[in-house]
Design a protein around this ligand. Structure first.
Ligand code: HEM
Length: 423
């Protein structure tokens, strides 16, 4: 048996993700009828769709069997992979970052930044982040009652936080935002490099151009931080040595690029989605103002709800069994975090936004050895923003229809128009 073609097409269609209900409905059907089954579509290597929370965990628990880097780490066509290999000299991934590394190389590189992003290590950043949050709350309130929260707040605040942590000057933030959006939203004519509908060939070309532009930028970053090291993350990357050697060109570039892009777009999408959910549910603001301890539950639920990273791919290196299905060496698998975060076996009412859940084992940060490196920073910066904003906000509602990005990878709301009053 395979997954019905229309469902398989929906779950990889960037346009479908611009209407989340469509994708949620497709995955609900997949979970109930084919929770772990193959999708076979023309032009795409057949892939297993892993839709259940438990199966994703089981796969991510076994990184020696399920590799990240042997095939493309995100959904693409056979032609896309072939062209990528031509550009990179054989690597199926354009960018060689942590998410496309395995084994010792992954462990060694992850170890460069990991000690600096634990809850204890980031605690001293709290005051600086609160200062940034206050600035953006003031900025929002300066809009006098109506604002596009996605464009004017959610896309800018996490950008400022991560760039400060990395050591990127403020004047470079618009460049970083533009190139990140080009990289993650290539299918969206409002955000991609050409600002147009692109053919698959032109999509890859524009991804390559964006990557090259980022590489030019980061080459200078390496020189700067090797000459004058600091404790900022880009400096740690520039000066890191594995077995006595600096990271090679692709390792360095991949590291800078993932930190500078994954470090804000994910959090921005979650923040924008959280405001959208809040604006539709007036009782939530009051509940959190009555008991600010509930803000943590709000943050956790907004991460589950928004799931800004829709999937990552794995490939099996040996035969094994997952969820009763025989997986063969060489098989390609799509881990759908969006589906896992709606899994009826884990949540009784997965399609409700609730801050009173007894437990919320959301898996939007992934799991296992690749679990999101920035998860504690992301949680902390969102909590602080809401703490600062809710002190001042009296009411909020949508002032027009929200709009989502056209993308099947890292995406979320791109417009969240709201009307608000302040205390
Ligand atoms: C709500 C915000 C975020 C979400 C939902 C998110 C989600 C994810 C997911 C799903 C993965 C892959 C995990 C896996 O394969 O199991 C990942 C990896 C990663 N994330 Fe995040 N992320 C967020 C914020 C951040 C931030 C703020 C940073 C910046 C420091 C960051 C940096 C990374 C890095 C470097 C990796 C690669 C880790 C590895 O492969 O070892 N992320 N993230």
């Amino acid at each position: 048996m395979t997954i019905a073609e229309d469902l398989a097409r929906t779950i990889i269609d960037p346009k479908a993700y611009s209407n989340r209900e469509v994708v949620d409905a497709a995955f609900a059907q997949i979970r109930s009828q084919h929770p772990l089954d193959k999708a076979v579509l023309e032009g795409i290597e057949p892939f297993w769709v892993v839709s259940r929370h438990a199966d994703i965990k089981e796969i991510e628990r076994q990184p020696e069997i399920f590799h990240n880097g042997d095939k493309s780490t995100f959904m693409t066509t056979i032609e896309g992979t072939e062209r990528t290999k031509m550009l990179t000299g054989g690597d199926p991934n354009l960018i060689r970052s942590l998410v496309s590394l395995d084994g010792q190389e992954h462990k060694a590189l992850r170890g460069v930044v990991f000690p600096h992003v634990t809850p204890r290590a980031i605690k001293p950043l709290e005051d600086a982040i609160r200062g940034i949050a206050r600035e953006f709350v003031d900025h929002m309130l300066s809009f006098d009652g109506e604002v596009d929260f996605a464009q004017d707040v959610a896309f800018l605040y996490p950008l400022r936080v991560i760039m400060t942590v990395l050591g990127v000057p403020q004047e470079d933030e618009p460049f970083m935002l533009k190139l990140t959006q080009e990289l993650f939203n290539n299918a969206d004519p409002e955000l991609n490099r050409a600002r147009a509908e692109l053919s698959p060939e032109d999509m890859l070309k524009s991804l390559w151009e964006t990557t090259m532009e980022l590489e030019t930028y980061f080459k200078a970053v390496t020189e700067k931080f090797r000459a004058n090291p600091t404790d900022q993350i880009n400096s740690l990357i520039a000066n890191a040595k594995v077995d006595g050697e600096y990271l090679n060109h692709r390792q360095l570039m991949g590291y800078y690029i993932i930190a500078a892009t994954a470090g804000h777009d994910t959090t921005s999408n979650t923040t924008a989605g959280a405001m959208w959910a809040l604006a539709e549910r007036p009782q939530l603001l009051k509940a959190m103002q009555d008991d600010p301890n509930r803000i943590n539950a709000f943050v956790e639920e907004s991460i589950r709800w928004e799931v800004p990273v829709k999937h990552f791919m794995r490939s099996a290196v040996s035969d094994c069994e997952i969820g009763g299905q025989a997986i063969r060496a060489g098989d390609w698998l799509m881990l759908s975090y969006q589906s896992a975060n709606r899994d009826e076996a884990v949540w009784t009412d997965p399609f409700e936004f609730r801050i009173d859940r007894e437990s919320n084992p959301q898996i939007a940060f992934g799991y296992g050895v690749h679990v999101c490196l920035g998860q504690h920073l992301a949680r902390m910066e969102m909590r602080i923003l809401w703490e600062e904003l809710f002190k001042r906000l009296k009411s909020v509602e949508l002032s027009g229809p929200g709009e989502r990005t056209i993308s099947n990878f890292v995406c979320g709301p791109k417009h969240v128009p709201i009307r608000f009053t302040v205390n």
